[in-house]
Every structure is written in structure tokens, then in C-alpha cells.
Design a protein around this ligand. Structure first.
Ligand SMILES: Cc1cc2nc3c(=O)[nH]c(=O)nc-3n(C[C@H](O)[C@H](O)[C@H](O)COP(=O)(O)OP(=O)(O)OC[C@H]3O[C@@H](n4cnc5c(N)ncnc54)[C@H](O)[C@@H]3O)c2cc1C
Length: 408
């Protein structure tokens, strides 16, 4: 695969195929969490109280003197079932994530009227878009056995005693494999050229300089990365024993058109909402994802770095190294593709005339004067990348918006 290896994909347009430097939240060999960065280093902040083991049930909404809806506070529930109320002096900011934030709005009586009625929830604001527009990235990990020792990380994690040795190495002074990012090289591709033979692709509608997926020519359709460390239940249960070596090339599909929804199972805040992603319900999604997997297979089997050391698929019975067609990959995708844990979009941000929008550009819920949502759920479309950094940006942005609104 050709490509520009010096690209910073977060800031520059991509050529069709490229390698990129990836932002990683690892600092001084420690994985860096949001909590450590924003809170733990300054425990003296008097205006923050962190409470765990309490569920946010709903926002308490009332009409102000102008007849506008406003939040008076939040109703919470402890793990043992006690109700607690917190009053809001200024505003309420919901950050319960793509599955949690729409669920809180729905329990608060903000959502599609008919859906709320089914759960005995009184509609305070009929907002049919709450919980809709749900998106996610799918990923397919294809594993290959290699003949050459030392080019994969099996000897550091899967071979006999390896995990224990590597864990000890990590203890002091934070060195070794566990102190690193467990995914290797990242690469990006657009598939326009490879899809020219597809009637579905050629005839699909294109708007405003965008392709049928809604992406610009500078945005990749798929991302590839290699790893030995990934084991969702369908993909990788057969770790190589001593003397055998394998790695995966992951194909992550970045431009889904399919949309799902988050709905309530019940009005009980301790019950998870129902999540229906409708993955690959749009035929273009399956077309692009399968072409991406086919491309990844070619890279492994024909690429200079790997072609002479590939024994075949791992485990051998998967047989994907011999696949040539998109249809063969589609079969494998149906069996083994999985979430990349990037859900977004269920409280979409949008303009006033966008009926699919839940929040406006200030992240305020439409029709309520002082409730904002600030998490991945507000993304109108999923970014062509991993969303964590974008979520940090949403958090930073909302703090700017709040500061700004206090000035007026
Ligand atoms: C296994 C995994 C690996 C990932 N790897 C990467 C990666 O390498 N790079 C990357 O960019 N992204 C990665 N992501 C995605 C990234 O973590 C998410 O996009 C990001 O965390 C979303 O942030 P958020 O604030 O929207 O939601 P979240 O981080 O999910 O935060 C929402 C919080 O609200 C809480 N909550 C929900 N409902 C309630 C309620 N009713 N009351 C109280 N609390 C509630 C939840 O418990 C949660 O703590 C990964 C995700 C997973 C799961």
C-alpha cells in the first residue's frame, strides 16, 4: 500500500491511501484517563463533588414565568433504591453517553410522545428525534498465522507464562508491552477506485461534492490497524500456543449510513435502555465494508512486509486468506464483525430547521432553556476516526459555551 507516512490525519487532508501518526492518551508510559487529567491532579477544586453508585433518573422540568421549560434540578436514585434530588441553580448538563443521555431525556418526559406513553411517562416535550440517529463503527479483525518468530507480540502475551512476565515488567518502572498502545500501525484508505465495478456505488446519489456515504474526498472510508490484542467473543478465541505466531489486520468501517435508535425498556433508571443499531441495514455499508476487508487481505498477502511469511488464516478453518470476492467477505462479516465501541449521534446537534436535531449549536436541548447535552451523542455524523478526542473537544467546548453564557 502506497502512502504518505508523515501525515497527521487529525489536521490535514488525506490522499487516497495514507499512514498516519495517531494521537494516543499515554503519558510517561501510563495510560491516561480523563479523570486523572481533569480531576485527580487537583483534588482541591471546591466546586466539584463526585458521587458514584447513584443513577440519574430524570431531570425535573418546570415552566418559568415566560412559559419556557427549564430544569429545576435532577432526580437521582441510589443503588439501594433511595431517591435523591439535586437542585440546579443555573443549568443541567447531561453527559451520560450515547446510550445514557437519550435515556435520561426520555425518562424526563422529553422524547417521542407515543414511546413515552407506552412506559407510562408523561410527555413534557414532544421531541421525536431523541434516541434516533444512532451510529457506530464496525470492525472486522482478520487473523493470519506467520512463519517468522519475533515479528508479532504473541511471545509477550499469549505464550506460556508470557502475560505474567509482561505484567511484572509493567509493575516497575512501567516498561514493557503493557505500557504501550496495543495497536500497531494505522493506515487509511478511500475505496472509490476499487468500487468502480459496482453498479450500486456508481448509481448511488451524491450531494454537494460528497460521495454516497456523505464523506468528502479528503475523508477515508476505512482504517486498517494491526494487533494481537483483541478478543471480542466472535473474533479471536484461539490464541497461538508456544511456537505459533499470529496477528490481525483490522478493517474499521468509518462511513456508515445505517442508523439505529435508543429506546427505553422501562421507566426504571436502573434498567439499561434498548439499543438497536441496525448495523449494515443500508446496502452501501455492506458494499464498502466488504471491499475494505478485501483490500486488507490483499495488503497482507501481497504487501512486501508480509507476503513471504504468511502461512494462512488463523485459525486455519476461517480460510479468509483465500477469499477473492466481496461476497465471500460479506459472509465472514455477518459472522464475525463486531462493534468498535464508537456509538454516537442519539441526541444529534443541528440547526433550527433540522427536525432530526435534539440540541442546538450551544448544545441546549431544543425547547428547554437550561439543559445541555455534552458527549458523543450530540455528533450529527460519526467522525472518520476514533471518537475519544472529539469527545474531549465537546467537553472543552461546552465549558467555553457556559463561560460565554455567564457573561451575557
Ligand atoms: C472498550 C472500548 C474501547 C475504546 N477505545 C477507544 C480508543 O482507543 N480511542 C477512542 O478514541 N475511543 C475509544 N472508545 C470510545 C470512547 O471511549 C467513547 O467514544 C467515549 O468514551 C464516549 O464518551 P462519552 O462522554 O460520550 O460517554 P462515556 O465515556 O460512555 O461516559 C458516559 C458516562 O455516563 C454514565 N452514565 C450513563 N447513564 C447514567 C445515569 N443514568 N446516571 C449516572 N451515570 C450514567 C456511564 O456510566 C459513563 O460513565 C472505546 C470505547 C470502549 C467501550
Amino acid at each position: 500500500m502506497g502512502g504518505d507516512q508523515s501525515l497527521d490525519h487529525k489536521s490535514k487532508a488525506l490522499p487516497d491511501n495514507a499512514f498516519a501518526l495517531i494521537l494516543r492518551s499515554i503519558h510517561r508510559l501510563r495510560h491516561n484517563e480523563v479523570y486523572q487529567h481533569y480531576f485527580a491532579r487537583d483534588k482541591t477544586q471546591p466546586n466539584i463533588e463526585i458521587r458514584t453508585r447513584e443513577y440519574v433518573d430524570r431531570i425535573i422540568l418546570e415552566l418559568d414565568s415566560n412559559g419556557t421549560l427549564r430544569a429545576a434540578g435532577v432526580q437521582m436514585q441510589t443503588a439501594s433504591g433511595h431517591a435523591i434530588t439535586a437542585k440546579a441553580r443555573e443549568e443541567v448538563i447531561i453527559t451520560a453517553g450515547t446510550y445514557g443521555s437519550p435515556a435520561i431525556l426520555l425518562r424526563s418526559g422529553v422524547g417521542p410522545k407515543e414511546e413515552l406513553r407506552q412506559h407510562g411517562i408523561k410527555t413534557i416535550l414532544n421531541l421525536p428525534s431523541v434516541g434516533k440517529n444512532l451510529m457506530d463503527h464496525l470492525v472486522m479483525l482478520s487473523f493470519y498465522e506467520v512463519s517468522k518468530p519475533g515479528v508479532t507480540n504473541d511471545h509477550l502475551i499469549w505464550h506460556k507464562g508470557a502475560r505474567e512476565r509482561t505484567a511484572q515488567e509493567y509493575q516497575k518502572p512501567h516498561t514493557g508491552f503493557f505500557s504501550q498502545f496495543s495497536f500497531g500501525v494505522f493506515a487509511y484508505a478511500r475505496l472509490d477506485e476499487r468500487l468502480k465495478d459496482s453498479e450500486l456505488w456508481r448509481n448511488a446519489y451524491r450531494a454537494n461534492g460528497r460521495d454516497p456515504m456523505g464523506t468528502l474526498p479528503s475523508q477515508p472510508h476505512v482504517e486498517f490497524w494491526n494487533t494481537e490484542c483483541y478478543s471480542p467473543k466472535y473474533m479471536y478465541r484461539d490464541f497461538p500456543p508456544d511456537g505459533r505466531f499470529a496477528f490481525a489486520l483490522a478493517t474499521e468501517f468509518f462511513a456508515p449510513r445505517s442508523r439505529g435508535e435508543v429506546t427505553l425498556e422501562s421507566a426504571d433508571p436502573t434498567k439499561n435502555p434498548i439499543v438497536q443499531h441496525n448495523y449494515l441495514s443500508d446496502p452501501l455499508d455492506m458494499l464498502l465494508f466488504s471491499e475494505g476487508c478485501r483490500f486488507a487481505n490483499e495488503i497482507v498477502l501481497e504487501g512486501l512486509g508480509t507476503k513471504d511469511i504468511i502461512i494462512g488464516s488463523w485459525p486455519a478453518e476461517h480460510g479468509h486468506h483465500s477469499y477473492k470476492t466481496r461476497e465471500e467477505w460479506q459472509q465472514a462479516i455477518r459472522q464475525r464483525a463486531d462493534t468498535c465501541y464508537h456509538p454516537a449521534g442519539s441526541c444529534k446537534m443541528g440547526r433550527k430547521n433540522d427536525h432530526a436535531a435534539v440540541v442546538d449549536a450551544e448544545l441546549l436541548v431544543r425547547g428547554i432553556s437550561n439543559v445541555r447535552v455534552a458527549d458523543a451523542s450530540i455528533m450529527p455524523t460519526l467522525i472518520s476516526g476514533h471518537p475519544q478526542m472529539a469527545v474531549f473537544a465537546i467537553g472543552e467546548k461546552v465549558s467555553d459555551l457556559i463561560r460565554e453564557s455567564r457573561k451575557t
